[in-house]
Write a protein that binds this ligand. Structure first.
Ligand SMILES: [Zn+2]
Length: 610
């Protein structure tokens, strides 16, 4: 349903995972020339790696209270062409939100899927010499493959050609019909074939051109079934007055209110000339049009695999949704049509509809005709999923429009992931290896007594939590990155590599400093994991933890004090490979001269070599 616009065709490529190393965190005895005072020596036995000793166990989940359920959805994407960057962006954001909600200990049902009916699908299939059904299988699979490459952890993938979905659509339709909200009428108007939609003359451009497709709409007349949207004007207004947070971000509320205020027209919910769709109950000459088909996917997705699918059991499996995440182009359908349909059927409304902005490339609208589309498969293939996820969530203020340029992309992920976080971790572990046998000398809680960095980290991580809760994903990333900045500043101010050379009390202080910085890194690894999960796992692995530990960590693990004395860190390895600027590489190939990085050598690296 996602705006049923023309998507460009692209290949599905596999993600290259440059990081595939295993943990090698052997516990070694602590032999060093430095004499630490007794209270600094770790109190625990050293025979086994100290997994699961920090405050991040999932014990806090094991209460008798059932976990709160958080249901979130992306649009069901239209399969006339493979996924484009806009769909990937919505889905990445949804995944970050789902992962954050899971960290809070909630039961999450993350719904995505594909919208597979309609005139354009049948036409695309015919053009490719395929059947609609085969065509849908191929494109739907392309979505699943991309979601896997982008590490999307959806719980339900619903296809509108799924028989269980068809049953629920028919049941919903019958309920609304019984309510007296569906009627049959002749309709004559201007129709955009690409939108598959009748248009209001006042929304069209010159020559009756569709504002989305810039092609003239055609006169069409057919007899259709209509939904009596106009009956729900008052109830929709009342809902928004009662619950202004229904539409997010807040600046989109006015838009929705003015649509409703300007008068709601009944809309057509069937097509007479489209075979590829769900037949209208009791009239198989008509098929159900997108809104009474794809929107119901949010509910049909909830029904359990082996369950006899019906509307009531699906509803009782998690409806209403906590959050519909959509692009702003389909806000009207989600914030006006859909709530009215649900009111008619006697079902609860979703709690929130969030309309995000559009992406541009190099400041220009993307389009196949402009030849400047951004291929998500290519991006993931070239840069890895962490970089792609981080860039779009950090760089685009969630809700507003955002821009992609390759230069900006490379600069941001190199500066933030490779330098600020990756390099800090790497040089700290380097110093720990050289001076402390890669072993923490004291609990992080003890090391940080009266330490200002600890207070800073606590404030920033709480800030990040609030931003995640409010779906301010960019600000959440920023708060976590600030922890990295504070860690770098701390390292540079305290210069532990100099202290270690002084020996005695200075060495003890330096060893504590390393524990403090690594604890900050541990907190970063949890707090950024909704955005860059593999990157964060690699940080966690460097800190000597197991994958199981990482997979069961919760947000309460961001509390200071997780790292304990005696814990052995892994061999220092970079957690994020710096992306080399393509033009630099091309220059090198052209001139056969050594490449000089445009960015100056990060301070961090200089220090590590010191
Ligand atoms: Zn159009």
């Amino acid at each position: 349903m996602a705006a049923r616009i023309n998507y460009s065709v692209q290949n599905t490529l596999c993600l290259l995972n440059p990081f595939n190393y295993s943990i090698n965190a052997k516990t070694t005895h602590f032999k060093t020339g430095i004499n630490f005072s007794k209270n600094l020596i770790f109190p625990r036995k050293l025979k086994s790696p100290m997994f699961c000793t920090c405050a991040t166990s999932n014990n806090d989940l094991q209460s008798s209270e059932p976990a709160e359920t958080f249901v979130l959805t992306t649009p069901l994407y239209y399969v006339n062409a493979p996924p484009h960057m806009g769909s990937a962006y919505t889905t990445i954001a949804a995944d970050a939100i789902a992962r954050f909600q899971r960290l809070l200990g909630k039961k999450v049902i993350f719904v995505t899927g594909t919208d597979e009916h309609g005139e354009k699908i049948a036409a695309s299939a015919a053009a490719a010499g395929s059947t609609p059904s085969d065509h849908c299988d191929v494109i739907s699979q392309a979505y699943r493959t991309l979601w896997k490459d982008l590490e999307i952890t959806y719980d339900k993938f619903i296809r509108t050609t799924d028989p269980k979905h068809e049953g629920i659509v028919k049941e919903f339709y019958s309920r609304v019909l019984a309510k007296g909200d569906i009627y049959r009428a002749d309709y004559e108007g201007l129709y955009c074939v690409n939108c598959e939609e009748y248009k209001d003359e006042k929304e069209l451009l010159d020559n009756n051109c569709c504002p989305t497709h810039l092609k003239p709409c055609i006169e069409r007349k057919e007899d259709n079934y209509f939904f009596a949207l106009s009956k729900y004007q008052k109830q929709l207004e009342e809902n928004l007055t009662r619950n202004p947070k229904f539409v997010q971000p807040p600046f989109r509320l006015n838009e929705v209110q003015s649509w409703i205020k300007s008068g709601l027209k009944d809309f057509s919910i069937s097509r007479a000339s489209v075979d590829w769709g769900i037949p209208v109950p009791n009239n198989n000459k008509q098929t159900i049009y997108v809104w009474f088909d794809a929107l119901l996917g949010y509910i049909s997705a909830l029904s359990a695999e082996n369950e006899q699918p019906d509307l009531q059991t699906a509803v009782s499996s998690g409806w209403p949704a906590s959050l519909h995440l959509i692009g702003k182009d389909i806000l009207r359908f989600h914030a006006v049509y859909w709530p009215a349909m649900l009111m008619s059927a006697g079902l609860d409304l979703p709690k929130n509809v969030f309309g995000h902005g559009f992406l541009t490339k190099d400041g220009m609208k993307m389009g196949k005709s402009l030849g400047n589309t951004l291929e998500p498969n290519e991006l993931v293939h070239n840069f890895g999923s962490d970089a792609v996820r981080y860039f779009f969530l950090r760089e685009v203020e969630f809700g507003s429009d955002g821009d992609y340029s390759e230069e900006r992309f490379i600069n941001i992920v190199n500066a933030h992931l490779a330098n600020t976080i990756g390099n800090l971790l790497n040089r700290t572990l380097g110093l720990l290896k050289k001076n402390c046998q890669s072993t923490l000398v004291v609990d992080s809680a003890v090391a940080a007594e009266g330490n200002a960095l600890k207070d800073t980290v606590e404030k920033l991580v709480e800030k990040a939590r609030i931003h995640y809760e409010n779906l301010s994903l960019s600000s959440a990333c920023e708060a976590v990155l600030e922890i990295g900045n504070a860690g770098n500043a701390y390292m540079d101010e305290n210069a532990p590599w100099t202290l270690f050379k002084q020996g005695g009390a200075a060495s003890e202080a330096a060893a504590k400093d390393l524990v403090i910085i690594l604890e900050a890194m541990r907190i970063v690894a949890i707090a950024l994991s909704p955005v860059a999960p593999s990157f964060c796992w690699r940080i966690y692995e460097q800190l000597g933890y197991s994958k199981d530990h990482f997979n069961t960590v919760t947000w309460s693990g961001t509390k200071w004090g997780g790292l304990k004395g005696g814990q052995v860190m892994a061999q220092p390895k970079p957690v994020f490979a710096r992306i080399e600027n393509k033009t630099e590489l091309e220059d090198e190939a052209a001139t056969k001269k050594p490449v000089k990085s445009k960015q100056k050598k990060p301070q961090a690296q200089v220090a590590a070599e010191a």
